[in-house]
Design a protein around this ligand. Sequence first.
Ligand SMILES: [Ca+2]
Ligand SMILES: [Ca+2]
Length: 220
Amino acid sequence: MSKDQRSTSTTAPAASTSTTTAPATQPATSNTAMLAQVGAAQAGGAVDGPMGKVFVRIAGSASAPGFDRSQLHNYLDKTLKLADGEWFRSAKLDGVADKLMAQLDVDKDGLVSWAEFKAFEAQTLATVAPGARDEASARTAAGGRFDKLDSSRDGSLNYDELSAGTLAELPKGTDHADLIAQLAARIALDAVDTDQGKSPVKNRTLSKGEWTNAAGEMAR
Ligand SMILES: [Ca+2]
Ligand SMILES: [Ca+2]
């Protein structure tokens, strides 16, 4: 087991003076202690790159200790317009918000901190630039991925191409696969696009430059 091989960060983590896993017997951490923890986690890495942009959009600022379920729900609803015009939209939004909180809020304090969101960034990078080890290889891998996803061969990725690409890679029989593919495509468009912020997320497109830059920034 070589945990360090998974690290994509170039900044060395602080010396491991503390354990990250709290014993199960420990009572709920006090707010002050939690805030101190969150502060320490954020001090460890700047809120930057495409996922940092998304974090700021959801949490309201880069210095926020994190975002809660209601902020996440608001982002899915108002910014991403997830499941726009679909039947049972409000149940879908609630379901996705709950699932994402359960997945992202690792320490279960009700907030997704930047440190926790970074784990999501690492997963995203693994999808966008499989096997990337540093900024340069992330750019190369992301370029290859871009060419695969760009089924119309027009040099840009649109919503349909991004969602179809995700859908094709989900294990057969995945629950709510359409919704997951839609979520992935909408987040990608919001995170990676740099020049169409005024357009609805679904209408934006990603150039190869935007795509490879984003992968490079995430791998930094
Ligand atoms: Ca948390
Ligand atoms: Ca295309």
